[in-house]
Write a protein that binds this ligand. Structure first.
Ligand SMILES: NC(=O)c1ccc[n+]([C@@H]2O[C@H](COP(=O)([O-])OP(=O)(O)OC[C@H]3O[C@@H](n4cnc5c(N)ncnc54)[C@H](OP(=O)(O)O)[C@@H]3O)[C@@H](O)[C@H]2O)c1
Length: 230
């Protein structure tokens, strides 16, 4: 569980442990990881790792040689208005949201293939229904969406899958509407964001976790983006 101490990551980690599976909890801040592992019980193992370190994906694979699945819930939500967004913003966002996802998937693919498991990351509904002031972030989520589809092919077992690849590994995304937002304390903003969804409200991390685990369990699904909170 990469990004285990975040709002979505905690809910997924809890759901995994509650259903009797084990979870390796990955994030940078060790104290938060240890506290979460204590909360979740003996099925949870904390593993502090900064994935921006280039050696980190290999360390992750070493730490979890029997990984059956990967849930990747990492990635910030930087405000990058059109007037000021620059190349560095795009580079940082694509690295964080897309490249790290690809690197972790590649590192864990042999173990996940042995287990017949899958990889789930988190996209953003805004790739298809854009909103302002987050150009670099949404562009990076678009890159992530393409990468997940490519990975499902490259790590698949179909005619286009390279023969020497570990696989098949199912890869997909849950594209989220709004669960948390840095400005949600503002009642006007909360109401405006709620109105974007046909259900008239923002979602909960538990609702997202439910769909993420459903995707991992869906053994005949790969390369898909499931939208939640539209
Ligand atoms: N929440 C939403 O409404 C929403 C909507 C659309 C999409 N999403 C997507 O859902 C995913 C999870 O979002 P979230 O709101 O749960 O995020 P979050 O609360 O900000 O949590 C991010 C997690 O990633 C960890 N992390 C960050 N940088 C790291 C690094 N370099 N190495 C290792 N761990 C790192 C953080 O812990 P440390 O800081 O301790 O490392 C934390 O555990 C993201 O991809 C986000 O874009 C969320």
């Amino acid at each position: 569980m990469v990004g285990a101490t975040g709002s979505i990551g905690r809910a997924v980690a809890r759901a995994v442990c509650d259903r009797g599976d084990r979870a390796t909890l990955v994030a940078r801040a060790s104290a938060r990881l240890v506290a979460l592992a204590a909360e979740l019980g003996p099925r949870a193992t904390p593993f502090a790792l900064d994935l921006s370190d280039e050696a980190a994906p290999a360390r992750l694979a070493e730490a979890a040689p029997d990984a059956t699945d990967l849930v990747f819930a990492l990635g910030s939500f930087p405000r990058t208005p059109l007037e000021t967004v620059g190349r560095a913003d795009f580079a940082a966002a694509v690295t964080e949201h897309c490249a790290l996802f690809v690197e972790c998937t590649r590192a864990l693919a042999p173990a996940i293939a042995r287990a017949g498991g899958g990889v789930v990351g988190f996209g953003d509904d805004g790739v298809e229904r854009p909103y302002p002031n987050h150009l670099a972030y949404l562009a990076a989520k678009g890159a992530l969406t393409a990468a997940a589809r490519v990975l499902s092919l490259e790590l698949g077992a179909g005619e286009k899958a390279p023969a020497d690849r570990a696989g098949p590994v199912r890869v997909g995304l849950v594209a989220i509407g709004v669960v948390t937002d840095p400005e949600l304390d503002d009642p006007a903003r909360r109401a405006a964001l709620a109105r974007r969804s046909r259900l008239g409200r923002t979602g909960t991390p538990e609702e997202v976790a439910h769909v993420a685990l459903a995707m991992l369990d869906a053994t005949w699904v790969t390369g898909e983006v499931w939208h939640v909170g539209r």
